[in-house]
Write a new protein. Sequence first.
Lengths: 321, 435
Amino acid sequence: MKQVILGAGLITAMLGSIVQAETVFVTLEKDNALAVIDPIAGKLLKTVEIGQRPRGLTLSPDNKYLYVATSDDNTVKIIDTETYEEVGRLPSGEDPETFALNPAGDRLYVSNEDDNLVTVIDIPNKKEIAQIKVGVEPEGIAVSPDNQWVISASETTNMIHWIDTKTNAIVENTLVDPRPRAASFTADSTQLWATSEIAGTLMILDVKTRQIIKKIRLDIQGVSADKIQPVGVVIDNERRWGYVAIGPANRVAVINAQTFEIEKFLLVGQRVWNLAFSPDQKRLYTTNGRSNDISIIDLENHKVTKSVAVGRFPWGVVSKP
Amino acid sequence: MDRLLRIMAGFFLLFLIQKSFAAETQIIKIAYITQEQKIPAALSNLDAFVQHKGMTGAEMAIAENNITGQFTGQKFELRKIIVPVAADIVQVFNQQLSDDTVFIISNLPAEQLKQLTDLDSARISISEKLFFDATTIDDSLRNEQCAKNTLHMLPSRAMRADALAQYMMKKRWNKWFLVTGMTEADQHYSMAIKRAAKRFGIKIVEEKQWTHTYDARRTAQSDVPVFTQGIDYDVLVLADEQGLFGEYFDYRTWIPRPVIGTQGLVPTSWHRAHEQWGAVQIQNRFKVQAGRWMEEEDYGAYLAVRSIGEAAVRTQSNQMQTIKNYLLGDEFALQGYKGNPLSFRSWNGQLRQPVLLAAARSLVAVAPIEGFLHPKTELDTLGFDQSESTCMKTSTDNNLIPPVTTVEENTSEGGSKFQKLKQLIINKFQSFEWK
């Protein structure tokens, strides 16, 4: 009898681990929907109606909720990651596109591109607590893992604005290459990696001095310079590799994060825009806006293993364990 | 490594300057000059006449410059001067702009602009001016009549014609039937079309001048078919800048052929159908502010004021020479919502840029068309390239290239960088003294 119970327990445990397989969520800008994907099987599981023109999305630290900017609804929706039901809305300001969550998961920083503002939202109280004036067309936004900095990149002012999370005030502004798009901190919060769409560069900034310490031109042989428009950028936790999505060049650059050398370019779908790691950082997912699919990259071999058709204009991507 | 050092040194310099001037605001004075226009004859009442096209573009750019300026301790001021229809432009200029305003945005026809740029009071006074021609597309202003104190924001007729030719080459529609209107501007457009045809190996199989009555509502149905009868061609190219007859060619030609040029598929710097590369955002911003779509004149004025903003922020200066050197130097890269970064051609002050090829409701292509190559930048496949330019040859004092570049030619790689940095430092200190 005891053995039977033990056996049953074992089976439940196994079942449990199967149920907890990884799920990838992708916003579909033109389908007004969220795609739910099983990345191991490489299958689209489900498409859920979510609101007008969904773009930026992120997961709460406990993985229970998804925050999705539904730009044409002028709100950030809170979605239950099990039921896909809307459980609340956040006052994001007009036309939210990109945002960043602090590590504790109680503050959301939203770029309001048309109003040249960053809106700070208190998530538990669903209240706007501050608006910070930044440069023209703020887009890329990130919170440092040590929760000291929020950075906002303004595309027309060409600056990275360094906002102190304690005071919600700008401490410094760094002039960068034209039309900065996306930015990510390294896991140790010592570097900020930012892309310039117009100059076709990746810029590495030292967080301590807030100055550029390295610029990498992402030239690809046989691809004309105007197609080199880097957007999304991510760096792995050990800072071994960084990855940059190069938009209409249809490639992801693999960059050695220690030497800043370009290791290689991986051919993915068309107009690759945003990137997300799997929770174990063994895979990278890319949203390919024009080919309506996501590419799955095996990071051990740096090889594209699969592409999964997901719907029209995939925009943002996150992965939940 | 050298480059890294240079960048770091540059930033250090910026940092120093920013620190020392943190307290006081630097003022950058810009004037926008235009003349009232008589309402011209028009083919239809579909598009209302807009007085002061261009002004909203300048206003929007000033607001954007000032948002950036809050972070750099700079304030951009825009003074608008609207000259009445009958008034003398030179007199107004001398009366109102003999002060320390050095950056002049011009929304004036070529002849008037030329009058101003040639004035002694604009060239050799203590407040030497830098003109930003926001609206002309005149080729001679960029060639034999060029002035060293003028930068041109919109693509010239030659650039537009080359853009058309490149796309037609791609389509292999290379037998053209050219129809030219009666005005002087039409003749200029026609010349640019012929130049482009020659450059890209396109054959102009027939050339005719439209001399019929302009009340084409009566004549279009009967005149256009007869006018185009008996000619074998791939596309019909129109040179009718004012829009007096061109619209009546499409669907009325004897044989079914597309219409391009000033009507039909048009080469332009800006178009309401353009929405790539962030263009949607500026289109929306503009519409909210002006209550209408952004036009080329607005785009030109916007880019002019943004150029000054970009140069002033990067150099932390409000001095004419420093700004001009920066604008004509290698570092300058302006975001113009057309993919490529925009910069100035040092030989004639023309802003390098992609040219849109647009139909009424859709963007058909963006030139330079893929496959047209250039050793320096594909953008220079459009218009007069350095070797073709007559700007340097005919005018004696037309040294548009900033002195830094001249130094660079005679020194080794490392030396030139040093020179550049030195020049940068000199410029900074000059701006200190003159404040």
